[in-house]
Design a protein around this ligand. Structure first.
Ligand code: GLC
Length: 590
């Protein structure tokens, strides 16, 4: 070791020890707008930390076991305390709930279980008073079969609403096979006796696909969007919109295409024409966030949705980084790093991405990407929060992950509510499939793992409801809950607030360029974020074992510990040319 480097290490070590005595070593700056003066193309939706609320599971105010808007209102101060800037709310519109609100029967009213339009107005006001923006879900690839449009459409072949949906007259024989995500038989065409015709449903049979070729449908949707935007909401997350445009000549698709379904469904012939029209008619008139849920099957596809020159949407929320199979451990960190680096290289100069590890369609973040056993749950949850909040792109953070909530792992099919899980089970039952291994698999993968009620405190039903919760509550609520963690300066929750504060005040963590180091390292994800003279080095040990990260020369100038998820004085240990990272340790250096 050279003398210069030994001195440097000593300095780092001392800084680390000192800082870790000061509450986890975070050094939040005050909101410092002048630091952002040189940023090109600033936008609120790039700087926002988005927190996703699954309303059914967040907080029940009236004892019916289902979360509701008044429940969210009662927790606005909690939301404010997180430091987040915007909330994406899953659908709250009137719905028969075949797919928990993703089957809408009236786009301009509030689901009864969730409350009233007055409650909605109060929620929006309460959020805006606290400086929190509201992004709503827009579900217009399909409606509910109980929507008035579909009722009309189904009633006769000559009804003016017939062309609001895709129909195939049965006298022409069976339509070409289309695979469905949620159908018990995986068939997207469903025969309807009333008019002797098939209708298309990519999702459940109660979610018929709207016919975007019909300009009237498009105008209806633009009017709905304006209705909500004129109420003052701050944007939309466009549900499954990549599937909206279909080749209505219904060509035969190659056998097994469903294994690569986004390639075949995700880039229909007029998709981008519709998005450009939507932009002209709606988005261009408001300063709002517009998020493409699903954005094709490559970074280049994703760019098409959000290239500012094309005037479509502004944030691409692609799936490659969650479609990695059951666990990150199986997939491999090296492959995972490649995904982010590939996307970042395409997006480094223009366009904008969402960064997320979980949502209501995924198992819990810590159970998939971290380790939720008792020894590692806290550290790995904090590490994952560090990752989501220090990557380039707008963080979309799922409610409950700030507590380190983990998979519930139901034993019985009766415990599940999710239409996807239940219908897949039904299918296997009908085809004598292996139900036991299916249930085993769902303990890791089912969407219901991410949907169990939010854990507020140690009281009955985790403080979520006084009634019978619609989905079972994870028994770990006695220790994993807000009340306990708010009092603990080392909790997952406290750490989350620190990392949010750090990101918000740092142009480098929001806009800075991303550079990956040691790409072949199977345990450590190491990268820098740089904006002008502000530079951070982020080291994340994605493993259950201690590991030494060898510092290349160009990283030896990072001498100040900004934040780590370990708290003792050995929080960060520099030996020779390397830094020893504890299991699941995250370190941010300046
Ligand atoms: C989206 C939603 C998911 C829903 C599906 C159909 O992927 O996130 O929850 O089931 O679309 O609307």
């Amino acid at each position: 070791m050279t003398t210069r480097f030994s001195i440097l290490l000593a300095v780092i070590f001392l800084t680390a020890c000192n800082s870790s005595n000061k509450e986890n070593a975070v050094l939040p700056k005050n909101s410092n707008d002048s630091a952002f003066t040189n940023v090109k193309d600033r936008a609120w939706w790039k700087e926002a930390v988005v927190y996703q609320i699954y309303p059914r599971s967040f907080k029940d105010s009236d004892g019916d076991g289902v979360g509701d808007l008044k429940g969210i209102i009662s927790k606005l101060d909690y939301l404010k305390s997180l430091g987040i800037d915007a909330i994406w709310l899953n659908p709250i519109y009137t719905s028969p709930n075949d797919d928990n609100g993703y089957d809408i029967s009236d786009y301009r009213s509030i689901m009864k279980e969730f409350g009233t339009m007055e409650d909605f107005d109060a929620l929006l006001k309460g959020m805006h008073e606290r400086g929190i923006k509201l992004v709503m879900d827009l579900v217009v690839n399909h409606s509910s079969d109980e929507h008035e449009w579909f009722k009309q459409s189904r009633s006769s072949r000559t009804n003016p609403y017939r062309n609001y949906y895709h129909w195939w007259p049965a006298e022409k024989g069976k339509p070409t096979y289309r695979w469905s995500f949620f159908d018990v038989k995986s068939e997207a065409w469903r025969y309807d006796t009333l008019t002797n015709a098939y209708y298309l449903h990519y999702f459940s049979k109660k979610q018929p696909d709207l016919n975007w070729e019909n300009p009237k449908v498009r105008q209806e949707v633009y009017d709905i969007m304006k209705f909500w935007l004129n109420k003052g909401i701050d944007g939309f997350r466009m549900d499954a919109f990549q599937f909206a445009s279909k080749d209505t000549s219904w060509p035969v698709l190659p056998k097994g295409y469903e294994k690569n379904v986004i390639k075949y469904y995700g880039d229909g012939p007029h998709l981008h024409d519709y998005l450009q029209e939507m932009n002209r008619e709606v988005y261009s008139k408001y300063n709002v966030m517009s998020v493409a849920e699903g954005a094709g099957s490559s970074p280049e596809d994703a760019m098409k949705f959000v290239d500012p020159d094309r005037k479509e949407l502004n944030i691409a929320y692609h799936f490659e980084s969650v479609d990695i199979g059951k666990t990150l451990n199986d997939y491999g960190l090296v492959n995972y790093k490649k995904i982010f680096s590939r996307y970042d290289s395409v997006f480094k100069d223009k366009g904008w991405l969402a960064i997320f590890m979980a949502n209501h369609d995924q198992p819990r973040m810590v159970s998939k990407f971290g380790n939720d056993d008792s020894a590692n749950r806290e550290a790995s949850s904090k590490l994952l929060s560090t990752f989501v909040l220090t990557m380039r792109g707008t963080p979309f953070y799922f409610n409950g992950d700030e507590l380190g909530m983990s998979n519930i792992r139901f034993n019985n099919i009766e415990d599940y509510n999710d239409v996807a899980t239940r219908n897949q089970y039904e299918n296997l039952k009908n085809t004598s499939g292996d139900l036991k291994s299916f249930l085993e698999d769902k303990k890791q993968t089912s969407r219901d793992n991410g949907r169990t009620p939010f854990q507020w405190n140690t009281e009955i039903n985790a403080g979520f409801t006084l009634g019978k919760p619609w989905l079972k509550i994870n028994p770990n609520y006695t220790t994993v809950n807000v009340a306990v963690q708010e009092k603990d300066s080392n909790s997952v929750l406290t750490y989350f607030k620190k990392i949010v504060a750090l990101r918000k005040n740092s142009p480098a963590l929001i806009y800075g360029s991303y550079k990956l180091y040691d790409e072949k390292n199977p345990n450590v994800f190491a990268y820098t974020r740089t904006f002008n003279t502000e530079k951070y080095l982020i080291l994340l040990n994605f493993s259950n074992t201690k590991t030494d990260f060898i510092l290349p020369d160009e990283l030896k100038s990072f001498t100040r510990l900004v934040l780590t998820n370990y708290t003792t004085v050995t929080a960060i240990n520099f030996t020779g040319n390397s830094i020893q990272l504890q299991p699941w340790q995250s370190v941010i250096l300046k």
